[in-house]
Ligand binder design. Structure first.
Ligand code: 8QM
Length: 398
């Protein structure tokens, strides 16, 4: 049964998980933003916000906009989903206040500094090989390859079986949406993939000294149980791969279609980090997340009942003209900070510094090697209920 509330928000007949929407969300985003600060999406019986101000304030207000009922369409307190609940993403304080520091400690600035040399060496090797070839697929041969190598290595994962990681993530991110054809397609056969991933998250499976092993050090400090550490390593694997795969693919696509921006980056590879930030704003890998109201509350002047799901359009907030000048322009010299691609507030991405490191290093390595980057064929979108990105991106570089 779909919840029926007398909406105080404009009613829209827009399905944000339809193929049309996912293939080109931007005209829909504009319609959502223009309709009002909060709208009611009739096809799924949920509220939604697409303006930067309301998205940010809902993310900030974790007491009224809870994550504990799940950040997908399903109410985790009522429905079973594909994977066991995350104890960090799908948790509120006080549980979240205990689990978040465990991952934050494992991903400390010192831990990241230690990762940098290996991340840089791997980027140079991979970019060097691809640049010599001149033609390659930016998604299947770069964006999907690099994070699997560097992040799975950093996590301490074994080398064999890694082909399970992306199908697992695709299923999880589709699982945040409705039971549509995308969900069905990645859900098929995914139990075995999930079971493999879950089995890799035990202490004994993880290389000593790795990020994964560091999560288990919290157990030794008495800050988490062995079972919680296992679930938190699973969170790193779930959240840390597909997101950066899509982010890198979106970066390559943005530069292949904006040669002026590439020339600018070439002239100053020091712009790589802020350029990746602009990619995240311009084409946010994670497009949407839900919250659930814990009581009668208000957002943007609209009354919301208790127990209502509200869909927050991160990608639309990141192109809200109320917040950004010329939001549809890809401009690597703009100040893109303030985007909500990593969320906002207590749940803002705990791995964002790893993601930025990967993005910066890959873009800098390319900028040092490659004079021009252009499409060598038609890019193919890969639709996903949560993620925005490509399945294939034929590129020519010189
Ligand atoms: C999305 O399992 C988790 O804890 C988890 C899964 C997915 C994400 C975050 C956390 C935001 C990237």
């Amino acid at each position: 049964m779909r919840p029926r509330h007398p909406p105080t928000a404009p009613i829209l007949d827009i399905d944000p998980f339809s193929d049309d929407f996912l293939a080109d969300p931007y005209p829909f985003h504009e319609a959502l933003r223009e309709a009002g600060p909060v709208v009611w999406l009739e096809p799924h019986g949920v509220f939604a916000a697409a303006r930067h101000a309301e998205v940010q304030s809902a993310l900030q207000d974790w007491r009224n906009f809870s994550s504990a009922a799940g950040v997908g369409l399903a109410d985790l307190n009522k429905e079973a989903v594909f994977r066991p609940r995350s104890i960090i993403l799908e948790a509120d304080p006080p549980l979240h206040e205990r689990t978040r520091p465990v991952l934050a400690a494992a991903l400390s600035p010192a831990a990241l500094r230690a990762l940098k040399p290996a991340f840089e060496a791997e980027a140079r090797t991979l970019v060097g090989e691809l640049a010599r070839r001149g033609r390659f697929d930016g998604v299947t041969e770069l964006a999907e390859v690099y994070p699997i190598r560097v992040f799975a290595d950093a996590l301490g994962l074994r080398a064999d079986g890694r082909e399970n990681l992306l199908p697992y993530a695709a299923a999880v991110f589709n699982d945040f949406g409705p039971r549509n054809h995308l969900f069905e397609e990645t859900r098929r056969g995914a139990d075995a993939v999930r079971d493999w991933v879950v089995a890799q998250c035990h202490r004994a499976q993880l290389r000593p000294g790795s990020l994964g092993a560091r999560v288990f050090e919290a157990v030794d400090r008495g800050e988490a149980s062995e079972e919680e550490a296992h679930k938190l390593v699973r969170s790193l694997l779930t959240a840390g791969l597909d997101t950066t795969v899509y982010g890198l693919g979106n970066a390559l696509f943005a530069f292949a279609t904006h040669p002026d921006a590439w020339r600018r980056l070439r002239a100053d590879p020091g712009l790589a980090r802020s350029a990746f930030e602009e990619v995240l704003r311009f084409e946010s890998s994670v497009q949407t997340f839900f919250r659930t109201t814990t009581c009668e509350t208000e957002l943007g002047g609209v009354q919301l009942p208790e127990g209502a799901k509200i869909l927050l359009f991160l990608g639309a907030a990141n192109r809200d003209p109320r917040r950004w000048d010329e939001p549809d322009r890809f401009d690597i010299t703009r100040k893109a900070s303030g985007h909500v691609a990593f969320g906002y507030g207590i749940h803002s991405c705990v791995g964002q510094m790893v993601a930025r490191l990967e993005g910066e290093i890959v873009l800098a390595a390319l900028a040092e090697r490659v004079e021009a980057i252009a499409l060598a064929g038609d890019p193919v979108r890969r639709l996903n209920n949560t993620l925005r990105g490509l399945g294939s991106l034929p590129l020519r570089v010189s």
